[in-house]
Design a protein around this ligand. Structure first.
Ligand SMILES: Cc1cn([C@H]2C[C@H](O)[C@@H](COP(=O)(O)OP(=O)(O)O[C@H]3O[C@@H](C)C(=O)[C@@H](O)[C@H]3O)O2)c(=O)[nH]c1=O
Length: 187
């Protein structure tokens, strides 16, 4: 398992080893001990799986508010996405900044999105599976988000607004400038 910290502090990229043979491959996709080396003190307690049938599906930018804030370890077993995280931690040197990483069944990368980040992705292929472990249970009353095409965040999505496919909920999310973040950066 290769573990790298990315440009936003606390965001990690994990690349599990794949053992290929004539049958296909085998891979340990999660190890509690290895995960804790990079991210100590966080327990992942729920596993999620979404399927997007089309290319250009954008889900996000989502997060749960405290006391149900969630860290997410995300991966794409099949298909391909551009995954995006936005730092919402007040006092963080990278507050309001985002980064994006391609995750796919081919590159086998996983991204750790800590609590205090908004998260979203755009599918780059049809029939994309998205799997993630989270550190807090789903709490619909704490569900929140920021609109994907926020003018201040200025995320470079791989599909134009005319082609993007969003849920009704995601089309109505608030702007970043209207959001008062409750997350505090503690390093
Ligand atoms: C997230 C979630 C949703 N649901 C239900 C609520 C709803 O009826 C249905 C679909 O929910 P959503 O539209 O919120 O699904 P989706 O847009 O895929 O939401 C996800 O987007 C990505 C980007 C994330 O980061 C995730 O944390 C999550 O917010 O599934 C659960 O039962 N448990 C869960 O943990």
């Amino acid at each position: 398992m290769l573990i790298e910290e990315l440009a936003l502090p606390g965001v990690y990229l994990f690349t599990p080893k794949r053992h290929g043979d004539d049958r296909g491959f085998f891979s340990e996709t999660f190890s509690k001990v290895q995960f804790a080396e990079a991210v100590p003190g966080v327990e992942l307690i729920q596993d999620n799986h979404s399927f997007s049938k089309d290319m250009g599906v954008i889900r996000g930018l989502h997060f749960q508010l405290p006391p149900h804030a969630q860290g997410k370890l995300v991966r794409v077993p099949n298909g391909r996405v551009l995954d995006v995280v936005v730092d919402l931690r007040v006092g963080s040197p990278t507050y309001g900044q985002h980064l994006s990483v391609e995750l796919s069944g081919e590159n086998w990368k996983q991204l750790w999105v800590p609590a205090g980040f908004a998260h979203g992705f755009c599918t780059l292929e049809a029939n994309t599976e998205f799997c993630y472990k989270v550190s807090a249970y789903y709490a619909p009353e704490s569900d929140s988000g920021i609109i994907y095409n926020d003018p201040d965040l200025a995320i470079d999505w791989p599909v134009g607004e005319d082609k993007a496919i969003l849920s009704a909920k995601d089309q109505k999310l608030q702007k970043f400038r209207d959001f008062t973040s409750p997350y505090i950066f503690n390093e």
